[in-house]
Write a new protein. Structure first.
Length: 306
């Protein structure tokens, strides 16, 4: 099942980092674009070839270090059918390298429509989990449960997201607490139907690293749900901010970083160390740095608690 496989991969890699594959053509090294455009022309096909070559280089550089990748579909949908081909081709290659693949699609419909989304992604052999928007209620989650159980897949439900404007809706007070707490209670209840040998469910939650105090509350309210944690790096959250997403044993969360990893070669920290031809090595170096910082923060919390 998904939760058990995820924990096993985290243990093997000693790393809860997820690499977000959100490529932007303007940030892809020129030499990759030259190769792709020479083969296909400076057009949609050429751009999509460049995206894939870039993704492949990143995957090759980090697959032995991280348990999973997260592929945000918007960066591929923008290029139509050719872009979607790259989305699934990237997922296939990541699976070949032994990585767990999370499709960040944030689907949020109900009934037959949700069932079609489930068939499109959870019944795809290269996708292990997807993100779901619960704004329409429990009906947005239940249609996926059959495929989660049948195919050993996972869900990450948006609960408390990392964006600055999330408070407008998610922090609203109700008679039963904040909106995000109500969503957490719903996720916790549903998650109990799909639990693995480590006590974690394949029904997880998206909890932003930029709200550590809220994460601390949510960790208690969803003790059996894995957290997918965005907001690290480019959005400003640090390793110390994310420790409240983890349980006392250092499990229960995976931390996503996209731009900070895949475009590391352009960052102030690495640009004088790696050239654009070494973009993949820069990404590997950033993953190693991130792993060390997260593990150190978790260890520090453990010692403080003792």
């Amino acid at each position: 099942m998904f939760a058990d496989e995820l924990i096993n991969n985290i243990k093997i890699k000693n790393n809860p980092t997820v690499v977000g594959l959100d490529p932007r053509i303007e940030n892809i090294p020129e030499f990759i674009k030259e190769i792709a455009f020479k083969k296909n022309g400076n057009n949609i096909k050429g751009i999509c070839e460049a995206l894939y070559l870039f993704n492949k280089g990143i995957i090759d550089s980090v697959y032995d270090l991280v348990p999973a990748v997260k592929i945000q579909i918007a960066f591929y949908e923008v290029y139509g059918i050719e872009g979607l081909k790259v989305f699934f081709k990237t997922a296939e290659y990541a699976k070949e390298k032994g990585l767990i693949v999370i499709a960040d699609v944030k689907r949020g419909d109900i009934a037959d429509v949700a069932e079609m989304y489930s068939r499109a992604y959870l019944q795809n052999e290269y996708i292990d989990a997807i993100t779901v928007n619960p704004y329409m209620g429990e009906d947005t989650i239940l249609p996926y449960i059959h495929d989660v159980i049948e195919f050993g897949k996972g869900l990450f439900i948006l609960v408390k997201t990392s964006n600055k404007g999330s408070y407008v809706i998610q922090d609203l007070e109700t008679s039963d607490g904040h909106v995000y707490e109500n969503v957490a209670n719903m996720v916790n209840r549903i998650s109990k139907t799909v639990k693995g040998k480590y006590g974690y469910s394949s029904i997880g939650a998206v909890v932003g690293a930029t709200y550590p105090e809220e994460a601390k509350i949510l960790r208690k309210e969803m003790p059996g749900s894995f957290f997918l944690v965005p907001g690290y790096g480019a959005q400003g959250a640090s390793a110390d901010d994310i420790v409240s997403c983890f349980d006392d044993n250092g499990f229960g969360a995976i931390v996503n970083s996209s731009r900070k990893i895949i475009f590391a070669y352009k960052s102030l920290y690495w640009k004088d160390v790696y050239s654009e031809y070494e973009y993949a090595q820069a990404s590997r170096a950033e993953v190693l740095l991130m792993r060390g910082m997260i593990n150190n923060a978790l260890m520090k919390r453990k010692y403080i608690a003792c």
